[in-house]
Design a protein around this ligand. Structure first.
Ligand code: ZN
Length: 889
């Protein structure tokens, strides 16, 4: 039995057409090929007849490794510089040893020393766009000489590389060919004729922009390329010192969301902005530095925003392109800076500060802002509209750009770190203090900590040994806490609070989906409505004074933002945060720390060059069957070398192709220390009737159509097997989970443990979903069981791979109303546990159960290793990850 995922793949895509009289639902494209957008042309811009093949992308000969002499040189350079990131002295030592070993063969290592290596990398002709810099300085009025504050005379350095060149490199990258939208499109599911949003180009914004662009006859047939920007300050800490950097990143909207999320080179570093120290007096100057720097950096993109230029694409074709400023990814503080508004106002709408959520307010827009300037004074603008008057936004320099419309949704900062961590979790603590007083509140907080620490291990679930009270919260910590928080507070807070968290979490998981339909948007609106309803209790009890919080208010804009820009997870600042590691933190650590920025720029340039060369060599088929492909398969080797397979991570990204079917396979290494016959396994597992269970399993395998209940079949008609078994400690499950951290194909792999000693400590027997009734949706089609043992055996020359499982009963016919999660309890057959042997093909993936703690304080002896044995009822955690959210509803 294979598990079928509940995904509808078949949709109807309507591409955008230039002709202005189209019907949005119709599929009528302009009949003249030259008028359809994204038409290929030749290098001079003349459109090619339909069906003309691209001219060959490269004239490179398949053994041209230049500037390297051969493959070994290239792969050595890539390994030392990009992957191992080896220090210069270590590279020298390695190359010396290498030279010594080759001396007797009269041969030399690939490089003489680190300088030779760096020089060769610098000679790579592609991929690197040079760094440039400009200085920026205050040019307004100054007070008389002795009173001039130092910042008025200070020069600030801004480093950048030409964003037009960077964009052209992205367009020309053949890596993205199959994951690239050449034109905006609208997508409808076939069955419901319902609009769905996924990649950026499926949103209304790109469509509307293409409409505007197409009104100029010069632009007919051109490809619209939206420039997505993101900036996010980051700190590199060492010892007592902190170094702040302010990188600016660029990507394009044509690249599919899954690639932008999974492929780090689809988001490029284009600049380091200046960070003047904060002082009140020159706040406006800081704002203006930011806007002027962006305008200056993006200057080269300005002309081709109005008049098409010719660019080469990864598919080999030339096309006319028109650029446009797209969404800007930023946290709230930066949104304030970008839109030049007063703090605590909303960057997208005119809702008054202090009453952000009260009513639906009008959207901000540049035209309105400019009209206000003509009528009102700066004071009025600030007071009534939250507008900082004397700043020129950088978007003013560019056509069709309205910064208020371009503020991207930011799940990580607004929803996860903002609403969940800074607001809701803090409110619970305040509530406990207000109701119970300090001492009792602390006792209850300790219990919540203890409950969190008792959560059963699960893929991607961080351990909370000291509960939630740790100092340095990261986005990942908050995401992990979200998965297990709800049952931990149940019993300590009123039902309304539990229901509020349920609504909030559902909102979060819905907006993080990779595909969002109009139906999903209705569910998002419903969750938001429930969230607003149930959070009222915090105001009624006086726990907090107001809900007028900009980041919480931003939730109201998500439905519109999804329709405009597609699924928000393609624009989230978690992408820029991830990029910090490669683009800022690692290069910083590789520098000698003195004037580090210059060295970081060089490091980034070299990394980009090596990456571009790899793409080029791969495209020419020069890197087939390499040591790298061995490395990709290294996981299998690790598995067969491991004693019990538990050195593997629990879950991992799978870069393999998309498959709709989920698939489970047993670990390869048979456990020699474990039982090797049915009789020994019966003793090891304390299941005296194991042989009977195997007989029943074999009967079902041999007679799948026999309708009789096994209990009614005489035991002596079952096949008898009492021979050898191979026991393994884990199985792996591969499934399609594109909303979670997954490979480009959307696949994830996780390990299901069933071993008496995990990581040489305690026993770990994971729970699994079993596909019982594939025709039904959600939990109604699934069963939950605990994997007691994975084993295989041969019966009549057929290999059977199976699991011994203990069943859980699903309680009720709907999820729990407060938490939204289904409830299960261990199933009994009379007085003994209900156990079966099943084929591993029936297993879907791991299921995460969370104990229902109720109102009692949790006993000290309970922890994550025994909580599954100590409690009687559990929630099936649909918040464990996005895939669980999509199947366990
Ligand atoms: Zn708003």
């Amino acid at each position: 039995m294979q598990s079928a995922l509940q995904i509808s793949w078949w949709t109807n895509k309507t591409p955008h057409c230039d002709a202005s009289n189209f019907e949005s639902h119709g599929y009528e494209c302009a009949s003249d090929a030259n008028e359809a957008p994204a038409q290929p042309c030749d290098a001079s811009g003349n459109f090619l007849p339909l069906g003309t093949p691209p001219c060959s992308l490269t004239e490179q000969s398949p053994d041209d490794w230049s500037p390297f002499r051969n493959r070994t040189e290239f792969e050595t350079a890539e390994f030392l510089y990009s992957r191992a990131q080896m220090s210069a002295p270590n590279i020298n030592t390695l190359l010396d040893l290498w030279a010594a070993s080759l001396l007797k063969h009269d041969d030399q290592p690939p490089f003489a020393d680190h300088k030779d290596l760096h020089k060769t990398i610098d000679n790579i002709p592609i991929g690197g766009v040079n760094w440039q810099s400009f200085k920026i300085q205050y040019s307004g009025e100054k007070p008389a000489a002795p009173d001039v504050p130092p910042w008025m005379n200070q020069q600030f350095d801004v480093w950048y590389r030409d964003p037009r060149e960077v964009t052209r490199n992205i367009l020309a990258n053949p890596d993205y060919v199959n994951e690239f939208d050449y034109r905006p499109f609208r997508e409808y599911s076939l069955d419901k004729d319902e609009c769905r949003y996924q990649d950026f180009m499926s949103g209304d914004w790109a469509w509307q922009q293409a409409d505007i662009i197409a009104t100029d006859p010069d632009n007919l047939g051109a490809t619209f390329v939206p420039i997505i920007l993101g900036s996010d300050k980051t700190t590199v800490s060492v010892g007592t010192g902190n170094n702040e950097y302010y990188p600016l990143y660029l990507s394009i909207g044509n690249i599919c969301n899954n690639v932008r999320r999974a492929h780090r080179n689809a988001l490029c570093l284009v600049g380091f902005l200046a960070i003047p120290k904060k002082t009140e007096e020159f706040r406006n100057f800081r704002r203006q530095i930011f806007h002027s720097s962006l305008a200056k950096i993006l200057e080269t993109l300005k002309d081709p925003m109005s008049k098409p230029e010719i660019a080469r694409f990864g598919d080999g074709h030339y096309r006319r392109v028109v650029y446009g400023l797209g969404p800007y990814i930023a946290d709230y503080e930066e949104q304030v800076l970008l839109t030049s508004i007063v703090r605590n106002w909303c960057p997208r709408c005119l809702a008054p500060r202090g009453k952000l959520d009260d009513d639906d307010a009008l959207c901000r827009c540049e035209a309105h802002r400019e009209a206000l300037f003509e009528e009102d004074t700066f004071g009025v603008l600030r007071r009534d509209f939250g507008i900082v008057g004397d700043i020129v936004p950088f978007t003013n320099d560019f056509p069709r750009a309205d910064i208020h419309q371009l503020i991207a949704p930011d799940i990580l900062h607004q929803i996860v770190k903002g609403c969940f961590k800074d607001h809701l979790v803090a409110w619970v603590e305040k509530y406990l203090h207000r109701i119970h007083g300090k001492r009792e509140a602390e006792r209850r907080m300790d219990d919540i900590d203890q409950r969190l620490a008792a959560a059963i291990p699960f893929t991607g679930l961080r351990r909370f040994p000291q509960g939630h009270g740790f100092k340095q919260w990261t986005g990942d910590d908050s995401k992990a806490l979200m998965k297990i928080y709800l049952p931990a507070i149940e019993g300590h807070v009123p039902t309304d609070v539990v229901r509020m968290f349920r609504a909030f979490l559902e909102f979060c998981y819905l907006v993080r989906r990779n595909v969002i339909t109009e139906d999903t948007i209705s569910q998002i609106e419903d969750a938001l409505c429930r969230f607003h309803h149930y959070r009222a209790i915090f105001l009624q009890l006086g726990v907090i004074p107001t809900f007028s919080l900009p980041r919480q208010h931003s939730m109201k804009h998500y439905p519109d933002l999804i329709r405009l820009f597609g699924a928000p997870n393609g624009l989230c600042s978690s992408m820029t945060e991830n990029k910090h590691i490669k683009a800022v933190k690692q290069p910083w650590h590789r520098s000698n720390r003195y004037n580090a920025l210059g060295q970081m720029l060089v490091t980034n340039q070299r990394l980009d060059k090596i990456a571009a060369l790899r793409v080029d060599f791969t495209k020419c088929g020069m890197l087939n069957g390499t040591c790298l492909s061995d490395a990709l398969h290294a996981e299998d080797t690790i598995e067969s070398n491991a004693d019990d397979g538990d050195r593997l991570n629990d879950g991992e990204i799978d870069d393999g192709p998309t498959e709709i079917e989920a698939h489970v396979q047993l670990a390869r290494t048979c456990q020699r220390k474990r039982a090797r016959t049915v009789a020994a396994l019966a003793i090891e597992l304390s299941i005296p009737h194991l042989q009977e269970l195997i007989g029943s399993f074999l009967f079902e395998q041999l007679h799948p159509r026999d309708p009789r209940d096994h209990a009614t079949i005489p035991a002596d008609s079952f096949p008898v097997y009492d021979g050898k078994v191979s026991v393994v400690n884990s199985a792996s499950s591969r499934f399609y989970a594109p909303s979670d951290l997954s490979g480009i194909g959307g696949m994830r792999r996780e390990h299901i443990r069933s071993c008496p000693k995990w990581r040489n400590a305690h026993a770990r027997y994971d729970c699994v979903f079993i596909n019982a009734r594939p025709e039904l949706e959600g939990m109604r089609g699934l069963e939950v069981a605990r994997a007691l043992c994975f084993f295989s055996f041969k019966y009549k020359w057929v290999l059977y791979e199976c699991a011994v499982v203990r069943w859980f009963n699903i309680i009720g016919d709907a999820p729990d109303e407060d938490t939204g999660m289904w409830v299960v309890q261990p199933s009994f057959d009379g007085h003994s546990p209900d156990i079966s042997v099943i084929h591993i093909d029936a297993i879907y993936r791991t299921a995460h159960l969370l104990p229902i703690y109720g109102v009692d304080f949790i006993p000290r002896a309970i922890n994550f290793s025994n909580s599954l044995d100590k409690f009687r009822t559990f929630y099936v955690n649909k918040f464990a990850d996005h895939h669980a959210f999509e199947i366990a509803f």
